[in-house]
Design a binder for this molecule. Structure first.
Ligand SMILES: NC(=O)c1ccc[n+]([C@@H]2O[C@H](COP(=O)([O-])OP(=O)(O)OC[C@H]3O[C@@H](n4cnc5c(N)ncnc54)[C@H](OP(=O)(O)O)[C@@H]3O)[C@@H](O)[C@H]2O)c1
Length: 306
């Protein structure tokens, strides 16, 4: 008798974290990955080596979602709006619309599909009562998941690094082409970089044992943004002077930037970039038995590129 296959639908499966998750899950025997994307052909071209299906799915279009997740037992939400963390309300690109309401729409579709497990990529600091729209939207999405009656796993990552990330890839590019590096704020914000492959491995470990769980996840070391920048300098071999853009200056620039037809910076994005993002990984390590990869190892790919 043929073995049955469990379908895992991944919203945001074409993104930085979603791709790592899709690759990892596509290798699990007995599972079939389905990537939801607003542009399935582009998603397929990014993930052409993996065994998966690619379908149209848009978190802001509930009608599309229902058919996109039909038959899926596991749903993963790794989506975030284009231009994150700079909102563009005119185009509906906001934390509330995509992070919160988009997650609620996916949750409804998941319930209608009879899914048994919902996995959500949230973030450290998620809090439905926060005055900041990013943390509030993620907190509201988490609250909706907890109320849904589905089994769920919520991951709240610190900064996620690896090939294709934004922060360290951008730093490496800037080191190569710019005479100085300008960092937001004092450079003293605390981070805990986690390797994208470790995060994907954790998702794979929880797929097999659905429960109602929330994990904070970071790497094995806490460091400042300045430390992370120095690490990228060490790995790439490029050294540049570092300047710090004070918060007051950034907010002033942001006040102008958010008025542009396509905002390039906003005051909320500035405060998002300046918060500490660290956690205790002991509960995750004990529950999943995973070894978290040091940042230097996670960033090794930058050395081969430069
Ligand atoms: N990267 C980090 O350091 C980090 C840290 C903490 C938490 N997180 C969270 O982890 C999640 C994934 O982050 P990421 O860095 O991988 O994001 P990303 O690279 O920007 O990818 C975002 C994905 O969202 C999809 N998307 C955007 N709008 C959508 C919509 N309306 N409907 C359906 N899909 C939509 C896009 O897919 P298509 O264009 O193919 O539709 C894209 O693949 C986010 O929730 C983020 O907040 C990330």
């Amino acid at each position: 008798m043929a073995e049955s296959t469990t379908t895992i639908a991944i919203a945001g499966g074409s993104g930085f974290i979603g791709q790592a998750i899709a690759r990892r899950l596509s290798r699990l025997p007995g599972y079939r990955v389905r990537v939801l994307s607003r542009s399935p052909n582009r998603a397929r071209s990014r993930l052409e080596s993996i065994r998966a299906d690619f379908v149209r799915g848009d978190l802001t279009d509930p009608n599309l979602l229902e058919s996109a997740v039909r038959g899926a037992a596991v749903i993963v939400n790794a989506a975030q709006f284009d231009g994150f963390p700079v909102e563009n309300p005119r185009l509906g690109l906001t934390f509330e619309r995509v992070d919160h309401l988009g997650c609620v729409a996916l949750l409804e579709a998941a319930k209608a599909a009879g899914a048994r497990h919902f996995v959500y990529l949230s973030g450290l600091g998620a809090d439905e009562h926060s005055s900041h729209p990013a943390f509030r939207a993620k907190g509201r999405a988490e609250a909706a998941i907890r109320r849904s009656g589905l089994n769920y796993t919520i991951f709240r990552p610190s900064i996620v690094v690896g090939q294709g990330d934004r922060v360290t890839s951008m730093l490496a590019r800037a080191l190569r082409f710019s005479p100085v590096i300008v960092l937001p704020g004092s450079g003293q914000q605390q981070l805990q970089p986690v390797w994208v492959e470790d995060l994907a491995a954790c998702v794979a470990l929880t797929i097999k044992a659905p429960q109602a769980r929330t994990f904070e996840i970071g790497g094995p070391e806490q460091m400042t943004l300045d430390d992370l920048t120095r690490l990228v300098m060490n790995v790439t071999g490029y050294r540049r002077p570092v300047l710090h853009a004070p918060q007051s200056l950034m907010k002033l620039v942001a006040t102008l930037g958010e008025r542009l037809p396509r905002p390039i910076l906003s005051r909320d994005a500035v405060s998002f970039l300046l918060v500490d993002s660290v956690c205790d990984t002991k509960p995750l390590v004990e529950a999943l038995g995973i070894r978290l990869t040091p940042a230097r190892e996670a960033l090794a790919y930058l050395a081969t590129r430069s």
